[in-house]
Write a protein that binds this ligand. Sequence first.
Ligand SMILES: *[C@@H]1O[C@H](CO)[C@@H](O)[C@H](O)[C@H]1NC(C)=O
Length: 244
Amino acid sequence: MFHNKHLTVFFIGFGLLSSIGGLSACKFSVVINQELSLEGFHRNLTYKITIGTLVNEASPQVFPYTDCVIGLFQSLPSGIYTNNDELSELKRVNRLNAISKKTNIELPADQAEPLNAYIVKKLYGPKTTTWLPVHARYHRASVGGGYALNDIEPPQLYMRCPDNRLDVCEQPFKPAKFLCNAREKCSWKEIPFQLYSDTPLTWSVPVGDLNHYYTVAVVTGTTVTLGSLYLLLTLINFKFILAF
Ligand SMILES: *[C@@H]1O[C@H](CO)[C@@H](O)[C@H](O)[C@H]1NC(C)=O
């Protein structure tokens, strides 16, 4: 009887402790810095992610989410794409774990579909950086030319831990289920975060000027015609010389 009482107290205590422990696994806040680096038609969409924890105030050097994995879901407007083959190669050499659907990289922006990319990264500490190589599609030349603006949306952030310790987290962590490897679906939690970036993050791509285009076409055409004429005359001369 005496024993049982102790056991009960023990179990209640244990239950309370583990639920508090479980709940505290949900106490963190995330900041993402989303930037575009490099210039030109091939750029680097970079995410600097900081996870602030309130869990281990006593020993802040211990990061409680080591070995947890984050998933970033990035949708791209039709003027921007990621190259599936390039991502496979980056994965093969262990530089980046990201996938996207196959897309025709030759299509101009107005014929292309928006594209989604998905990046996975293991956590080793409160700060992590990941990225996506992004490319601009050509925009059809228009009269006057100028710039086409491509707005890049913020990503969606998901997280999962090997021991499912995030399963107990409720609001505002929405559950999600999707592929975590080639075969099986896993449970993830969608994680709210604070975004630091220019909003919206805009990539302006130069558009050819149709007026210039006609000028270029006329100049090119004239040059080619004159060049061919010259070649023809040379050939005729050459034959002429040979004949003698
Ligand atoms: C993009 O930026 C990240 C983070 O700075 C870096 O690790 C990566 O190598 C860069 N990629 C390219 C292609 O420059």
